[in-house]
Write a new protein. Structure first.
Length: 266
């Protein structure tokens, strides 16, 4: 093995030299020779192993540094709002939550599902993953991505608490999906139309007078939540009788408690 490596580029005279293999073996037995021999035969194994270790280390660091929110709140809207608005809403709601994951801080993440409605007030929601019914001038890929995420989060129960505008709420309920519960947590009958019992208007919460940062053409400004999100309301997703019942009990109760604390007693 050593002779083949050391004589790989040697001429005929060297190859046929009876002392060539002896010289090669002597050279291989030195520390430098042993390293060169190892590297010659195993360098790609080493490179691949180092690459795998780097990927593993990156994954571990990312997992450690990634903040797992205590709550995720779904924001289902027909109009897109800037990230500054959803972040500010989350920060305000953190005042009323609790440290569920024990990391020493309270984190509320607002997940925005921007699904614009067509002229008839309907959206391509969980009942359909097609781009049909999407308002003109809207990138269908963005809408479909939001639809897919919305469906996935509904199925997994990542969001128990939702903030919806009037049109988006009615679009979902009238499509037969019935994903929203009464504010006391009870699951409505399929024929239920008493939607006001399923919604807590933002105007009746402690978030009403919160100022939200909004970017404009001339710069940035702040707007009262009541003025920017006046037609939105909080709702609980249906829990009892669904696929997540008993799987997310603690999270469900904590989200329900958060909703109660958001209510404005005045």
């Amino acid at each position: 093995m050593a002779r083949e490596r050391y004589l790989i580029n040697a001429g005929e005279d060297t190859i046929h030299d009876p002392n060539a293999e002896k010289k090669a073996l002597q050279k291989e037995n030195t520390p430098k020779g042993k390293w060169q021999n190892f590297w010659f035969y195993h360098k790609w194994h080493v490179v691949i192993a180092v690459f795998v270790l780097l990927i593993a280390a990156y994954s571990i660091v990312s997992a450690v540094n990634t903040v797992k929110p205590d709550y995720e709140v779904g924001m289902l809207v027909a109009k897109m709002y800037p990230d500054s608005v959803t972040e500010a809403l989350g920060n305000e709601m953190e005042k009323y939550g609790k440290d569920r994951n024990g990391d020493g801080k309270i984190t509320v993440q607002v997940d925005q599902y921007y699904i614009p409605l067509d002229g008839g007030g309907s959206a391509s929601g969980p009942a359909s993953s097609s781009a049909g019914g999407i308002a003109s001038g809207v990138d269908p890929q963005i809408v479909i991505a939001n639809q897919t995420k919305f469906i996935g989060d509904i199925n997994t129960g990542s969001c128990i608490l939702f903030l919806t505008d009037d049109a988006s709420f009615l679009s979902q309920e009238k499509s037969g999906n019935h994903i929203f519960a009464y504010l006391d947590g009870k699951t409505p009958q399929e024929s239920a139309t008493d939607y006001e019992k399923m919604r807590l208007p933002l105007l009746k919460t402690k978030l009403r007078d919160v100022t939200l940062p909004v970017s404009t053409i001339t710069g940035s400004t702040t707007v009262r939540a009541a003025d920017l999100l006046g037609d939105t309301s909080f709702s609980l997703r249906t829990y009892y009788g669904t696929s997540i019942e008993d799987k997310e009990k603690d999270y469900y109760e904590a989200s329900k408690e958060l909703l109660e604390k958001l209510k404005d007693a005045s």
